[in-house]
Design a binder for this molecule. Structure first.
Ligand code: ANZ
Length: 821
């Protein structure tokens, strides 16, 4: 018998689904809210390289899940589109003169082809591309709403600028080298220059962005990253008077932000960021030359380099002194690059006894160290700073702190903050690491910002009925060399009327939006992609939103997900959407590594092209293989042998399907295997544990292959169970069974609990001896099977993540224990 003819089957069913619009989603009111699901993939950037094997991993996972849901009677929205603005198309345009639209749309066509060749069940009538004017019209509309609400503003921001490339660079485009920061492209020197930028006031939403995380079903690690990124700190702002000297203007005082106001008695010096505006005014004549030199040096360093804990501390004394408000001590004021201008007030009180960086700085420059906190557990209190070998950063009990001695840290913080407020010297303060979002790019290939700078100096929004403001054609995509976008060269586009005052002149904003913009809200447009009156019909949005499951790579842990949450909250405030959060459940697929466990990369020559796999083994084999490689959330290496194994499994299924069917009653043992298979596949698919579902299907096929008779009663349900995973093959087999319509909406088989119940035991999963999860498993599961089941548990994965498993103890019928370090 010939091998299974995937080359005929697969295109045939892809055509069928497309022509019959099998997966078209409708807002059908007969589905109650709990029977509607919105399942979303992170849409791809259509790069010239085409799809890589990482894309189909997440896409296959959601596709299986969606196909399963439809068979469970859900109404499913599952769309796909393209994140099609961005730098790569522009760089290509500069090199080859091809319009970015042309190359982008070619890439999109190729991506769409590749995605379709994998048989995903998208509703293609909802496809969007962020570079299309009927899409970005609404991106611009959202920008206008942000502007109206005071959430978009202009500011001079120090930006990385590369003289040689004549352009501004994003942080990601700047690399750290021994010769200072350089451009990733071309390795040219770069420096910070203040440039006019559009900013979005995401900081106004900091607290809501934090609070919203609590109720989301997201990986804890991603939530933690978002919390750190927002970086909320509570403490106090404290004002220090300057000591009257010839140079210093004693009218000024220096305000600092501290999370440890309880250490005020231990503040033995102060440090300002080199760019702090007071530096110029307080520096004494003797120190001026040194200070100026230091400031010049700091300008070329990135924030990351400046705050690197491991780095040698550098700094210069300004010659000025301040008064410590609690004890009247005169303390010297230094500048150092470990203080960032952009955080807190850009100045600190240094407490070397209790802050690691201050400690190193004090040791380097021989500044006094006064301990003011002793360990609460009564451990040996160091009262003399000269005896300290490192800073004591824990909380504890106050010492060397006058009337506050003996007070525990938390209480002292409150007491001193109240005292400072009474004295008019300070107040309770909250600080965020989160900065406002620099939202403009000096580029061509992005959404134009729909604002006009009018003659009278005012900035006027374009009236909504003039949207979309489309990109003009330009002669060159090269940056202007002045830090302005190439759009600045197009006089006939730039010069326009002032929208507010007819007859008056204006010039258009020439900066464009960053690539993040379009991806902040695309999931809303899928809901109503052809609406010319509204971004989305609120009723349709209410039907589908929020997204029930969002699957994509962990590389978007912070920026994309934070920006999208921010915009969603603004749209919520505008009444466009009815939920505060866009994505209820988030799953990050693990990375697919090259054979041998290393990253796939062009230079290693180990990149796998999905097209080759589809051509040689078929789309179903590719899908099943990628899901069989290991748990979805874990990274795993590509393995060609594993792929052949999956291919042989599908080939066996095909060949079984070609046998003649018996309508006789199958033996009970086989019925039990079938029902266990149905149950396992249903449960595992619901939990996205696809690898274990597939192995159960393999077990089933093994069992029935041993029989001489091929039973319809076993085969029909199996074909349906297989369908979400290998849909082309399943459709073909279903047709061979005499059905004339797609199986996409057939009911997923129901298992008989009675038939599943033989010989099962509850097994507990432990990590370092603590029970962390349990599962009901076949009583005869061997050690390997037990370990595999434990590793497939999401809870256990959480504990193993990033840890080294030293030993695995598996006791059949009882437990699995992971000893980790
Ligand atoms: C005195 C002190 C004593 C501090 C102590 C810490 C420990 P987080 O928690 O990250 O918010 N700081 C304030 N502004 C800074 C700036 N612009 N650049 C660098 N460091 C800055 O950190 C707040 C603490 O970081 C502040 O509390 C301040 O040092 C420092 F035992 O003040 B602390």
């Amino acid at each position: 018998m010939s091998a299974y003819p995937f080359k005929e089957i697969e295109p045939k069913w892809q055509q069928y689904w497309l022509q019959n619009k099998t997966f078209k989603a409708k807002e059908d009111p007969s589905f109650p809210p709990e029977k509607r699901r919105y399942v979303l993939d992170m849409f791809p950037y259509p790069s010239a390289a085409g799809l890589h094997v990482g894309h189909p991993e997440g896409y296959t996972a959601t596709d299986i899940y969606c196909r399963f849901l439809r068979m469970q009677g859900y109404n499913v929205l599952h769309p796909m589109g393209f994140d099609s603005f961005g730098l790569a198309a522009e760089t290509y345009a500069i090199q080859n003169g091809t319009h970015p639209r042309t190359s982008t749309e070619q890439n999109i066509d190729r991506f769409r082809e590749q995605i379709r060749s994998l048989g995903f069940s998208y509703d293609w009538d909802r496809e969007v591309s962020t570079h299309k004017p009927d899409y970005y019209r609404w991106t611009q509309w959202i920008f206008l709403k942000l502007y109206e609400r005071g959430l978009a503003y202009m500011a001079e921001i120090p930006m990385w600028y590369c003289e040689a490339l004549g352009t501004v660079l994003a942080n990601e485009e700047v690399i750290t080298t021994p010769d200072g920061p350089r451009s990733e492209r071309g390795n040219h020197p770069v420096e910070r220059r203040p440039l006019r930028q559009w900013m979005l006031r995401i900081t106004a939403y900091a607290d809501r962005l934090l609070e919203g995380l609590d109720d989301l079903d997201w990986p804890e690690s991603i939530k933690a990253m978002q919390r750190n990124w927002i970086g909320r700190s509570e403490g106090a702002n404290v004002r220090f008077q300057l000591v009257d000297t010839a140079a210093a203007d004693t009218q000024d005082d220096i305000e600092v932000f501290t999370t440890r106001p309880d250490t005020l008695f231990g503040a033995t010096y102060m440090v300002l960021a080199p760019e702090h505006p007071l530096v110029d005014r307080i520096t004494t004549t003797e120190q001026r030359a040194q200070v100026d030199r230091y400031i010049e040096l700091a300008r070329t360093k990135s924030d990351l380099e400046r705050t690197d804990l491991a780095k040698e501390k550098t700094g210069v004394f300004t010659g000025a002194y301040a008064v410590n408000p609690v004890n009247g001590a005169h303390i010297p004021i230094w500048i150092s690059d470990y203080i960032l201008l952009s955080y807190g007030t850009g100045a600190i009180m240094a407490v070397p006894a209790h802050d690691t960086r201050d400690f190193e700085f004090a040791r380097t420059f021989d500044l006094p160290i006064t301990p003011v906190v002793a360990p609460a557990d009564g451990g040996a209190a160091v009262t003399d700073g000269s005896e300290m070998t490192e800073a004591f950063t824990d909380e504890g009990i106050a010492i060397n702190s006058g009337q506050f001695n003996g007070m525990p840290t938390a209480e002292f913080k409150q007491a001193i903050t109240a005292w400072l407020a009474e004295q008019g010297l300070g107040s309770h303060a909250v600080n965020y690491k989160l900065r406002d979002w620099i939202f403009s790019r000096q580029r061509y290939w992005g959404e134009p910002i729909p604002l006009v700078h009018c003659e009278d100096g005012s900035i006027q929004p374009l009236p909504e009925d003039q949207l979309p403001l489309t990109l003009p054609e330009v002669e060159t995509y090269k940056p202007t060399g002045t830090g302005e976008s190439p759009l600045a060269n197009v006089a006939e586009w730039v010069n326009t009327g002032c929208p507010a005052e007819p007859g008056k002149q204006g010039t258009r904003e020439t900066n464009t939006m960053p690539q993040w913009a379009g991806s902040c809200w695309y999931f809303l447009r899928y809901i109503d992609p052809h609406n010319t009156e509204q971004l989305v019909d609120p009723e349709k949005a209410a039907y589908w939103m929020p997204v029930d499951l969002y699957v994509g790579g962990a590389e978007h842990a912070v920026l994309h997900l934070l920006y999208a949450r921010f915009w969603h909250k603004v749209l919520f405030d505008l009444g466009v959407v009815h939920t505060e959060e866009p994505f209820t459940r988030l799953v990050n697929q693990g990375m697919i590594l090259g054979e041998g466990g290393v990253k796939m990369s062009k230079s290693l020559g180990n990149v796998i092209n999905p097209d080759d796999i589809v051509a040689e083994f078929g789309a179903d084999a590719m899908r099943v293989y990628e899901m069989f490689m290991g748990p979805l959330r874990q990274s795993k290496p590509w393995n060609t042998q594993g792929l052949s194994g999956v291919y042989r499994f599908l080939d066996r299924v095909w060949k079984l399907g070609q046998r003649s069917l018996s309508d006789a009653q199958p033996p009970e043992a086989l019925q039990r295997t079938l029902h266990k298979t149905i149950r396992k596949v249903a449960r595992d698919t619901e939990n996205l544990d696809f690898n274990t579902a597939i192995s159960q299907m393999m077990i089933f096929i093994n069992e029935i292959s041993k029989e001489n008779t091929h039973y319809r009663q076993l085969w029909e349900p199996f074909v349906l169970v297989l369908a979400p995973y290998a849909p082309h093959l399943a459709e073909e087999l279903w047709q061979q069974l005499g059905h004339t319509e797609t199986l996409a909406y057939e009911s997923f088989p129901i298992w008989d609990e009675e038939l599943c119940r033989d010989n099962e035991v509850e097994v507990v999963f432990q990590v370092n001896g603590k029970v962390r999860d349990k599962a009901v498993l076949p009583a005869d599961s061997d050690k390997q099977a037990l370990e595999a089941a434990a590793r497939a548990s999401e809870k256990i994965q959480g504990y193993l993540d990033g840890k080294t498993v030293v030993k695995v103890i598996a006791v059949p019928r009882k437990l699995v224990n992971f000893v980790i370090r």
